[in-house]
Write a protein that binds this ligand. Structure first.
Ligand SMILES: C[S@@+](CC[C@H](N)C(=O)[O-])C[C@H]1O[C@@H](n2cnc3c(N)ncnc32)[C@H](O)[C@@H]1O
Length: 423
């Protein structure tokens, strides 16, 4: 990149990104004392690409008429915007609104250049993960910023909040209100006899059910591993349920007792559980009457998901008890690891503990027949209901939380519509 001295008045500054110059005096003093270490960058026509703040310090504070610049030749429009944004997103003096907007702008621009990544597939396209790597940030924080920037376009009042934390809180309230309004408007579940979504408590709803009317159960209860429901992370992702160990294990126990009654003779249950509760959960299942394989089934999620550096290794798998009532052989031979099924991407997820439809569908196809009833007492996002409907079974999902139930209705409806299962 050739370096040149040119006149300040010849440099064309671009106003595409609002640029609050902030306090330039300190920067100007440093440039005066040490010289300019990274000169501003211009293109062949002297359009400023990067270094707006440094240029302003030399021009407006030091009053220099000539400055040293790096000239980048053959810069096309997309590359110029890319350089400009990358420069701006690194600035330390951005307001929170500018920061989330710049993060979204850079993500959109990269997708314009490389095309969007295809969900759940390896592709050449650009995804949130790529933007996160580029900005040296976590996928979760970049996804949150982009979501917030999108929401600010539709609801400019969000940008009036004093910081990002308050804006996210308000966004969450708005989403919850919208869901509850939508619920009140519809007052009914999806229009399909393939799924039944029940808003209520698992144990109470199971008590209303007749004996031996379910051919397969997939259950993913609160694990009782003490997820802090008051944490910001939990709030952002809608962890609504009580996850203390004692309460969760009592709930699992009461639910398993009812499940054993409603399950047909010759039916299977897959129960996701927290490994720290291995013995207690095994005991609960055996006490309820189930025959239990003591070696847990593993779902290999492909990646950990926790921060890159840390003391402990991020967990890239989940454990599941496979249990049964009476004799019913599995439909095909299968070892006890479900491999190569990635977790649902952040952008697609509507529930923090959402399982991939593909995983549940494989369980359903392994341990039930078309036309069977598959029940999930802790429905969450409705994954089991969706997977059951896609596999030609009837799916029943029970969910207690108002907010999660609203999201489940929405998610099940839209997915089944998109898949052509309902019209
Ligand atoms: C671990 S999540 C299930 C996620 C689900 N497997 C999915 O793929 O989306 C547990 C769910 O159980 C719900 N829940 C907690 N207590 C419940 C209860 N007593 N009855 C019914 N649902 C309950 C929670 O609100 C939460 O959505």
């Amino acid at each position: 990149m050739p370096r040149k001295i040119i006149k300040v008045k010849d440099i064309k500054r671009n106003e595409r990104i609002r640029f609050d110059m902030g306090d330039l005096k300190e920067l100007a003093a440093s440039i005066e004392k040490y010289g300019i270490i990274h000169p501003p960058v211009v293109d062949q026509d002297y359009n400023l690409i990067a270094g707006g703040r440094r240029l302003a310090a030399m021009d407006e504070v030091l009053g220099w008429e000539e400055v040293e610049v790096d000239v980048r030749e053959d810069v096309d429009e997309l590359t110029r915007r890319e350089l400009e944004l990358e420069e701006n997103v690194q600035r330390k003096d951005l307001t929170w609104q500018e920061q989330v907007e710049a993060q979204k702008a850079i993500h959109d621009l990269k997708q314009e250049i490389y095309g969007p990544a295809v969900k759940g597939h390896e592709s050449d396209g650009w995804g949130i993960k790529d933007t996160a790597e580029l900005s040296d940030r976590s996928v979760g924080s970049v996804a949150t910023d982009i979501k917030l920037a999108e929401a600010m376009e539709e609801h400019p009042e969000l940008a009036e909040e004093k910081n990002k934390f308050h804006a996210l809180k308000k966004l969450r309230q708005m989403e919850e209100e919208a869901i509850l309004e939508e619920l009140a408007r519809r007052n009914e579940g999806p229009s399909s006899d393939r799924v039944e979504l029940i808003h209520g408590d698992a144990v109470e709803e199971l008590q209303k059910r007749k004996d031996a009317t379910v051919e397969l159960v997939i259950a993913d209860p609160p694990w009782g591993i003490g997820i802090d429901t008051s944490s910001q992370l939990a709030k952002n992702y809608g962890v609504e349920y009580e996850d203390a160990s004692t309460e969760a294990l009592s709930l699992i126990e009461a639910t398993c007792n009812e499940l054993y009654r409603v399950m047909a003779d010759g039916s299977h249950l897959f129960l996701f559980f927290g490994i720290t509760n291995y013995y207690r959960t095994l005991q609960i299942l055996e006490d309820a009457g189930f025959e239990v394989d003591p070696i847990p089934v593993i779902w290999d999620k492909g990646s950990g998901g926790a921060p890159a550096k840390g003391l402990a290794m991020p967990s890239a798998h989940e454990t599941i008890f496979h249990t049964w009532k009476g004799r019913r052989y599995l439909n095909h031979g299968k070892d006890n690891v479900f491999r190569d099924i990635p977790r649902t991407s952040h952008t697609e997820r509507v529930h923090t503990a959402q399982k991939p439809v593909e995983l549940i569908k494989q369980m359903i196809e392994l341990a039930s027949d078309p036309g069977d009833t598959v029940l999930d007492p802790f429905g969450g996002s409705g994954t089991t209901a969706i997977a059951a409907a896609l596999a030609g079974r009837k799916g029943i999902a029970i969910e207690k939380s108002d907010v999660n139930f609203g999201k489940m209705q929405e998610y099940v409806n839209t997915t089944l519509l998109a898949e052509g299962v309902v019209e």
